[in-house]
Design a protein around this ligand. Structure first.
Ligand SMILES: NC(=O)c1ccc[n+]([C@@H]2O[C@H](COP(=O)([O-])OP(=O)(O)OC[C@H]3O[C@@H](n4cnc5c(N)ncnc54)[C@H](OP(=O)(O)O)[C@@H]3O)[C@@H](O)[C@H]2O)c1
Length: 297
């Protein structure tokens, strides 16, 4: 049995907490910044509804000791705000699994984590808040967490072994896997900019824009060591084109709800690292300020 804290009981945090609950093997606590009330997770394929039954804390001051594992599921830009929880929960024997988008998990989380190990995770889960205390998981695609192959990744896979809510996959080339996901995140920035779900990629002009964005993101990815050829752009944009038109993205849900956007970790990073490598990023040069301005508003 491990002591596990899930920090950030939103869409992904609720699915992570559900997975821990399903194992029946661990003590799990939700760490929130306000009382979320009762939380239920709905499977949109089977219609199954599961109530989360673990205790909820609403302040780092209520943490009564370090955790073995912290599953961090706040948005990237909320990480500094979660520093109080990380400080109270982490020791050098803790592993923090950063369930976040982007490619900068370790740099973002480690400064707050008291020398805990930080395990970056690529989140392939589509989960959406669909009402007060309700998170719906789009289970027509598999819910997958990819982590770097190695001892920490293996321990994490063992931790959640047997939980139907998520599958943990160990990947040997994490840089490539993380940049492939980041490229899809960058493309999804167009949803937030237009305020539209995946149907927007059916437009020829938007598809062209998405292709330009994907190509420049992949160029930056290769400069960062990812093995992603330019032809990957067509394949990744094709995924969006063929997607259920009603599928959204967490950055779109934030835009529609008038919340701050995770623009820097998902799109800003392409422009920032592109500049560092001397790679032109013309689409990001326009899209990033648009997203940043939408986020401010
Ligand atoms: N949703 C998806 O389908 C999806 C898919 C792949 C990857 N991701 C990535 O997963 C990460 C989490 O996204 P999400 O969609 O789960 O976000 P979310 O639904 O907005 O959840 C974030 C949660 O963190 C809480 N929070 C914020 N600051 C906190 C703090 N200081 N202490 C404790 N809790 C705090 C928020 O509380 P409040 O309710 O008070 O704001 C919210 O419950 C992001 O990096 C996202 O890009 C999401």
């Amino acid at each position: 049995m491990a002591d596990i804290a899930v920090v950030g009981p939103g869409a992904i945090g609720s699915v992570a907490a559900l997975a821990v609950q399903q194992t029946g093997r661990h003590a799990v606590t939700l760490c929130a910044r306000r009382d979320p009330g009762a939380i239920r997770v709905v499977d949109d394929v089977t219609g199954e509804v599961t109530d989360l039954t673990m205790p909820v804390l609403t302040s780092p001051a209520k943490v009564d000791g370090p955790a073995d594992w912290v599953l961090l599921a706040v948005k990237a830009h909320q990480t500094d705000g979660a520093a109080g929880y990380l400080g109270a929960l982490c020791t050098p024997r803790t592993t923090v699994v950063a369930l976040q988008n982007g490619v900068e998990h370790v740099a973002r989380v480690a400064p707050h984590a008291n020398d805990a190990r930080v395990l970056p995770a690529i989140v392939w889960i589509s989960a959406e808040p669909t009402g007060p205390g309700e998170v719906t998981v789009r289970n027509n695609i598999s819910s997958l967490l990819q982590v770097p192959a190695g001892p920490e990744g293996e321990e994490f896979a063992k931790l959640l072994d047997g939980a139907p809510a998520v599958e943990v996959e160990l990947v040997s080339d994490f840089t490539t896997a993380a940049w492939r996901k980041l490229t899809t995140n960058a493309i999804a920035g167009i949803m937030a900019a237009t305020g539209r779900r995946a149907a927007v990629y059916q437009r020829e002009d938007v598809k062209e824009l998405a292709l330009g964005l994907a190509r420049e993101t992949l160029a930056v990815a290769r400069a960062e060591g990812a093995q992603l050829p330019e032809e990957e752009a067509e394949a990744l944009v094709g995924i969006f084109e063929r997607m259920d038109p009603d599928i959204g993205s967490s950055i779109l849900f934030d835009r529609l709800a008038g919340r701050e956007l995770e623009w820097d970790a998902r799109n800003g990073v392409v422009r920032r690292l592109g500049r560092r490598h001397g790679i032109a990023t013309p689409v990001s040069d326009v899209l990033v300020p648009v997203l940043a301005a939408a986020s401010d508003g």
